[in-house]
Design a protein around this ligand. Structure first.
Ligand code: NAG
Ligand code: NAG
Length: 772
């Protein structure tokens, strides 16, 4: 089948959509404190002039116990005698307003919302201002849909679990395997969603799933029964890092506890994890919610308590404020009657949920009269929002290999391009999971069709690719074209929630199709991989007939445009892999249930992620090429940094603790350093470059081989040069965590790596004057 170029398709589409949407929609009635309701409008909890704490206290004082209990669950019941409507807490906005969760519905004035690339793709941009900007746009659309009565204000996104194992079906939802990267993503996206004012939240975000949850269903073990055995060390320096950053730096309004157990305790019933850590140490200003039915799961499936009342009591006492699911509404009153829990414990939970609703303006009367009250259907799927979705896809695409600079293709030399593969003409596949209804799509085939004439062949009917029936036609197409683009990879039938992958190779006979088409192809063959998780494509990497390999993740509604822009060089790719691409045989040594990050040679365990795994890879974390070349020079960096020690101390002097200082004994405010690097674009095209700064601490047997301590993305014109400053936070980034979970700073030589640059910094303790 031949296609003519589809010039300006998306512009026309955007204009049509804009016209359809620009009439004003129905606006929602007040959730509470309706100014027309004389009975309630003057009650203290409705008074905007009072502070939120006092309003919450007033409201709790008016509620009966049964009313309170019906507010502990996601479909919170109305309290008609106080003029309060029911509220559905469960909405999702992982990479665009989503229709997963009953709080949000598309249709009518809101047929769709901007569908950004899946998070693993956006993470590959390593661009923190992009992450925040996406959050800002998503919350515009979410508020607009709330005002129109079709969405909530509490969004259970983002997912910031560490992408620990390459098989994980939900790895696509996360920002990857590195804790610093994931933490930065969490804080940036949450800031974008929630807006600038803590007491006037635009929407309330939620970091999930706390913690050490990153297995869905593997080898007979599912997430409802999984007991993750996690060392204090791995918890502190890996699994909890993004959550801490989300709460402390991102000031998120909610954290969700997970289904799994950690060291024998369900996370939603663990007061150490909830009350002591999230609230006590990190000072969450917001509510803790359970994953959906997690309280039921810990009773019914994990048999963690003897009675349902004990389950209700254990979770609320541990610090749970809201359950997604019906369990607490059914069993909490009886738990109180039996003396397992007090009404005061329930009040404590309501303080946290009601305060968030008040910060969202839900008790401030007429929504249309409030901040964000003007947002409506014409603010959804705008041309600017859809442009940002395209921009995000362009920034996230990673050029993995480019043999003899075969890419970019040229419209004058490659006038006809064969576009082949099960993902070559897909739409919903491009938005991954936890998506909504997109504003519209440009498929890869349509994208390429805007540049050149295309010949299209599916090659396989779907990604499972069980038959070679269509291979012959694909080979014929490749023989007739000046270049061949194979769009292969995965979709939600291979990796998804509740679906971990058994292996890392391309499914079914995809590999065979790629090799046969590459053999037949008259021109260069380009392999485009669409997937969330990494794929072992060693066969293609080593095949001289495969000219180039691109990884596009799940690139969102505008994915096809972005792919074509990269293929033809309108966009110079600058994405970097946010996770290690392991070879298939790595899996044989690593049960998915083994949570240990660190290698253990005595039991043949190779360790996980670039921080601890030293073995062969297909492509490493941080890999990503460009159509130009960049050269780094160190412009300025300290050789010696003094570590200010605040308390009288002595360097601890056991074999493992030698020459380390606890972070808590350090003045972290004054312990930072700046590294200045010149980046020169030595090629002939403009490009963006991500500087990744890694550090290797002095060797302890438990320290990572290297860890990311900072990153920055810059645009440099051809022949130009830019100086980049990267600030390194000493306590956060140069510390390591010991076996007891204590953060320490090792004195001595820390080696920084930036590309092939190396620089050594010596840390030396200095006693700080004690100010009194
Ligand atoms: C540190 O340990 C060494 C060897 O055990 C010992 O000789 C030395 O006195 C110790 N120093 C301090 C400050 O405790
Ligand atoms: C980061 O993303 C923002 C938002 O799209 C964009 O304006 C900026 O140019 C990007 N930075 C670089 C260096 O590409």
């Amino acid at each position: 089948m031949a296609h003519k170029p589809l010039a300006n398709f998306s512009l026309v589409f955007t204009l049509i959509l804009f016209c359809v949407c620009s009439r004003t929609g129905e606006s929602r009635a007040p959730f509470a404190c309706d100014p027309r309701d004389g009975m309630t409008r003057n009650l203290p909890f409705c008074r905007v002039s009072l502070n939120i704490k006092d309003r919450v206290r007033d409201l709790i004082g008016r509620l009966t116990l049964p009313e309170k209990i019906r507010l502990l669950v996601n479909n919170a019941a109305a309290v008609p005698r106080l003029g309060i409507k029911g509220y559905e807490w469960w909405s999702e906005a992982l990479h665009g307003v989503s229709n997963v969760g009953p709080g949000t519905k598309f249709g009518g004035d809101f047929p769709g919302a901007t569908s950004f690339p899946q998070v693993i793709t956006t993470a590959a941009s390593f661009n923190a201002s992009l992450w925040e900007e996406i959050g800002r746009v998503v919350s515009d659309e979410a508020r607009a849909m709330y005002n129109g009565g079709v969405a909530g204000l509490t969004y259970w996104s983002p997912n910031v679990n560490i992408f620990r194992d390459p098989r994980w079906g939900r790895g696509q939802e996360t920002p990857g395997e590195d804790p610093v990267l994931a933490g930065k993503y969490a804080a940036s996206y949450v800031r974008g969603l929630q807006g600038k004012s803590a007491n006037q939240l635009k929407v309330a975000a939620c970091c999930k799933h706390y913690t050490a949850y990153d297995l869905d269903n593997w080898n007979g073990v599912d997430r409802y029964h999984f007991n993750a055995r996690v060392s204090k060390q791995d918890l502190t320096d890996t699994y909890n890092v993004p959550f801490k950053s989300c709460v402390v730096d991102g000031k998120v309004a909610s954290v969700m506890c997970s289904y799994n157990q950690v060291n024998g305790k369900p996370t939603c019933a663990d007061s150490d994890l909830l009350r002591n850590t999230i609230r006590g140490e990190w000072h969450l200003n917001g509510y803790i919610v359970s994953d959906c039915n997690a309280v039921g799961v810990l009773y019914d499936s994990q048999h963690y308590t003897d009675t349902p009342e004990d389950a209700a009591a254990a979770t609320i006492k541990a610090g749970l404020d809201l359950e997604c699911g019906p369990f607490l509404a059914v069993h909490t009153e009886e738990a109180i009657r039996r003396g397992k829990l007090s009404e005061n414990d329930v009040n404590g939970a309501l303080v946290n949920t009601l305060a968030v609703q008040m910060r969202l303006g839900m008790f401030d009367g007429e929504p249309s009269k409030q901040q964000f009250g003007n947002l409506g259907p014409r603010h959804v799927c705008t041309a600017a929002h859809q442009q940002l979705a395209l921009e995000a896809a362009r920034q996230g695409i990673v050029l993995l290999q480019n043999r003899g600079r075969s890419l970019p293709l040229s419209v004058s030399r490659h006038r006809t391009v064969a576009v082949i593969g099960p993902n070559s003409d897909v739409t919903v596949t491009m938005i991954g999971n936890y998506a909504g209804v997109a504003c519209g799509y440009t498929t890869p085939l349509q994208g390429v069709g805007r540049y050149v004439r295309t010949i299209h062949q599916q090659g396989c009917t779907d990604v499972a690719c069980n038959s070679n029936q269509l291979f012959g036609a694909a080979e014929t197409a490749a023989r007739q074209a000046d270049a061949t683009v194979l769009v292969m990879g995965l979709d939600q039938s291979i990796e998804a929630e509740f679906r971990d992958r058994p292996g890392l190779l391309l499914p079914g006979r995809q590999q065979e199709l790629v090799s046969r088409v590459a053999m037949a192809s008259r021109g260069p063959t380009v392999l485009v991989l669409m997937s969330g998780g990494p794929i072992d494509v060693s066969f293609a990497k080593n095949d001289p007939r495969i000219a180039a390999i691109l990884w596009v993740g799940y690139p969102g509604q505008a994915g096809g445009t972005a792919i074509a822009d990269v293929l033809f060089g309108t966009t110079n790719p600058g994405g970097k892999l946010p996770m290690t691409w392991y070879p298939q045989n790595y899996l044989a040594k690593v049960p998915m249930t083994d949570m240990a990050m660190r290698a253990n040679p005595s039991r043949g365990y190779p360790g996980r992620t670039y921080r601890f795994y030293n073995g062969p890879v297909v492509f490493p974390f941080g890999h990503g090429m460009s159509y130009t070349t960049f050269v780094h020079t160190l412009a300025q960096a300290p050789n010696v940094v003094l570590v200010p020690v605040t308390t009288l101390y002595k360097l601890e002097n056991s074999t493992t603790m030698k020459n380390t200082i606890r972070v808590t004994h350090t003045n972290c405010d004054t312990f930072s350093l700046g590294v200045h690097i010149d980046v020169e674009n030595t090629g002939v095209v403009d490009g963006t470059h991500t500087l990744l700064v890694f550090s290797t601490p002095p060797r302890e047997k438990w320290s990572p081989k290297k860890q990311l301590v900072g990153f920055k993305k810059v645009h440099v014109v051809a022949g130009g040069q830019q100086r980049v400053r990267i600030d390194i936070h000493g306590c956060k980034h140069l510390s390591v965590v010991d076996q007891f979970g204590i953060q320490r700073i090792s004195m001595g030589e820390h080696s920084l790596h930036i590309g092939d640059l190396k620089h050594s910094i010596s840390l030396q303790a200095t006693l700080e004057e004690i100010k009194t």
